[in-house]
Unconditional design. Sequence first.
Length: 209
Amino acid sequence: MKTPAPLFLTFSLILFLLAACSPKATPDPNLQIQQAVAATLAAIPTSTRPPLPTPIPSPTPFSLAGLFCEYQFCIGHPIDISFFDVSAQQNPASPSTYSQGLLAAFNGNLFIQLIWQIAPGAADPKFLLDTLLDDQLDTPANSPEIFRTRDMNVLYDNITSAATPTLPFGGSGAWTCGNRVFAWKVYTPQDGTSRGLFDEALARFTCGQ
């Protein structure tokens, strides 16, 4: 008895087409950010020898002479590091845009991350800061400072980080500008330097509204 091959092949083709047309899962933005942080931190060079001890700890001076301008906004950053587009590195076909984006900048002594997204009418930027902070790595001080500057609602809080032992301290902030919300965080080797970095970065921040 012969096998009805045409019927079998037709059934197989229908199953293949149904599988190909099934909807694809939407990427989780929180997972994408966590993966980007992990990959970026893994690329930070480690020091070959520890620094000499100092009798009195003092904050490491950072110069924010650098200025990043793209996606219709500008923000200050230390001159010895530069922001790069994490979204474009993860997927060259989907770089950051005016509507949303993910940037990072780092060297052996500093790690900075910046995200933004369209949020028309949003007055409280905390939701985006919660997205940026990693529950497994970042511990906020839970003493946020809320203030307003240049028509922007701003939120700042210190954090500690378990991302890398060389950068255990940090700070995080978020603010509104026009129809967008921005969130920023930094990992540093010494306590007491994060707020100054945030203030200087924000002081040089402008956005196209």
